[in-house]
Design a protein around this ligand. Structure first.
Ligand SMILES: C[S@@+](CC[C@H](N)C(=O)[O-])C[C@H]1O[C@@H](n2cnc3c(N)ncnc32)[C@H](O)[C@@H]1O
Length: 266
């Protein structure tokens, strides 16, 4: 007799983000349960929506555009872009069942998105099950730093984009190189302290030259600005602009500025 556990193991494995959010950050339960509270958080408490409204979308989106929203979360960006006339289809992809099944439909309704343009995809960043050169535009807000291997996901995006197609890496918060170095040094010192004191940690941040995984539960990684640029170039993109929005993640705070990378498939 044979059993194949792979499909079910993968399905349960990818539910990890939903579980991690609610277990590690119980306060997120409050705003993740209701679409209105979720939109208040991303749009009123935080600057995610305001920062993306700075992009002159109408100038960038070609007519009949096929757009992929990678790691769409509750789908506010998909809803926003579905209202742009030139967008024909918006694929909203996320591995989180909760975001796609519970929040996205309500967010679309609250933001008056165009349901007829929306294709929801419960899926992973890669492999993308699109043919080569299927897409005109890919957007990813605060999502790609979750990729286990940034360059490999960027190359997969490049494969699915038409030549000259656009990738918008949105709402990332990269430090300048020297500041990233300081943060990695501090993490290294904490790691050495824990090891020398033999402090047991079931999971812990990891430091490497290809990204600092500072929140292993959620898969949040830090890369400095120069690293994003190198990864984008190595994956076949030309960087058209780096937009520093001057907006911190949380409104009125002194946090890092939300940054957009606008890139064209070479
Ligand atoms: C910080 S949230 C950003 C959500 C949304 N784009 C926004 O700006 O509010 C990151 C999203 O990426 C999704 N995600 C993380 N890793 C993923 C993966 N490997 N494949 C697909 N989605 C992933 C998570 O489920 C989550 O919804």
């Amino acid at each position: 007799m044979k059993s194949n556990w792979i499909v079910e193991q993968t399905r349960r494995g990818v539910a990890q983000f939903d579980r991690a959010m609610t277990e590690m950050y119980p306060e997120s339960n409050a705003y993740l349960k209701s679409a209105r509270d979720y939109l208040d958080t991303v749009g009123e408490t935080c600057n995610y929506i305001a920062a993306c409204e700075l992009v002159p979308w109408e100038n960038y989106l070609p007519s009949n555009a096929k757009v992929l929203d990678m790691g769409c979360g509750g789908g506010w960006l998909s809803a926003m872009l579905s209202r742009v006339d030139s967008v024909e289809t918006i694929y909203a992809l996320d591995s989180s069942q909760h975001f796609l099944q519970s929040l996205l439909p309500q967010v679309m309704a609250l933001m008056e998105g165009n349901q007829f343009k929306l294709v929801e995809i419960e899926g992973l960043f890669q492999p993308l099950l699109f043919d080569d050169a299927h897409l005109d535009v890919v957007v990813a807000s605060s999502a790609l730093h979750h990729a286990d291997n940034l360059e490999s996901v960027l190359k997969e995006i490049r494969r699915t984009l038409k030549p000259g197609g656009l990738l918008f890496v949105l709402n990332e918060t990269p430090w300048p190189g020297y500041r990233h170095l300081l943060s990695v040094l501090a993490a290294s010192v904490r790691t050495l302290r824990d090891l020398s004191l033999q402090r047991y940690r079931p999971v812990s941040p990891s430091v490497s030259a290809s990204g600092y995984l500072y929140d292993p539960a959620l898969g949040d990684r830090d890369y400095p600005v120069w690293y994003w640029k190198e990864a984008l170039r190595a994956s076949g993109f030309v960087i058209e602009s780096v937009m520093d929005t001057g907006m911190p993640t949380v409104k009125g705070s002194k946090g890092r500025s939300l940054i957009h990378f606008v890139c064209r498939a070479a």
